[in-house]
Design a binder for this molecule. Structure first.
Ligand SMILES: Nc1ncnc2c1ncn2[C@@H]1O[C@H](COP(=O)(O)OP(=O)(O)O)[C@@H](O)[C@H]1O
Ligand SMILES: O=C(O)C1=C[C@@H](OP(=O)(O)O)[C@@H](O)[C@H](O)C1
Ligand SMILES: [Mg+2]
Length: 165
């Protein structure tokens, strides 16, 4: 199964919790890109630009969908058509969050380069653009506002009828 949603929705955290519950591997595309290149997401954005990061992200998804497990995508990954094609046959769960909950979770440090300047406005603008695509791709939507990551994992599992993917 695949987790999508805005930065701060908890995709990486809830993905790890679900993988533990189900005894499956977790692939977090950001972590894969960092370990494949030996560089941080932030350095890749600054030194090579966003298109270079997006190409690496597609390759991480391509490798991940070959094996069973939980796949946590970066927030921008589902906007790429090749990613949409690669995840088309997998159950897709959208983790929803508003700016009020996302903001303290993210803390808006430099680890998310798209949000390093005027982060709250950037987050809101990006999510306005992305929301229709997220909604179109999602089989299940789980609201994370005011819920712990554990509760979110439970809600995702219940929404998928406790069946591991
Ligand atoms: N439901 C939640 N409630 C509170 N904090 C959360 C929740 N989910 C994740 N977090 C925290 O928010 C931060 C961002 O979570 P992360 O999993 O990296 O989100 P994403 O991968 O969607 O950007 C982390 O510090 C994480 O511990
Ligand atoms: O929204 C985005 O475009 C991005 C989100 C990040 O992942 P998270 O959504 O896990 O924070 C990471 O892939 C990169 O900084 C770009
Ligand atoms: Mg993440």
């Amino acid at each position: 199964m695949v987790l999508i949603g805005p930065p701060g929705a908890g995709k990486s955290t809830v993905g790890r919790l679900l993988a533990e519950r189900w005894g499956l591997d977790l692939v977090d595309t950001d972590a894969e890109v960092e370990s494949a290149t030996g560089r941080t997401i932030s350095d890749i954005f600054v030194e090579d630009g966003e298109p270079a990061f997006r190409a690496l992200e597609v390759e991480a998804v391509r490798a991940a969908v070959r094996r069973p497990g939980v796949l946590a995508l970066g927030g921008g990954a589902p906007m790429q058509e090749p990613v949409q094609e690669l995840i088309a046959d997998l159950p897709v769960v959208l983790l929803e969050v508003g700016i009020a909950d996302a903001s303290p979770r993210i803390g808006f440090d430099r680890s998310r380069p798209l949000l390093s300047v005027n982060p709250r406005a950037q987050w809101s603008r990006l999510m306005e653009q992305r929301r229709p695509t997220y909604a179109r791709l999602a089989d299940v939507v789980v609201d994370t506002s005011g819920r712990s990551a554990d509760d979110v994992a439970t809600a995702v599992a219940a929404a998928l009828e406790d069946g591991a993917p």
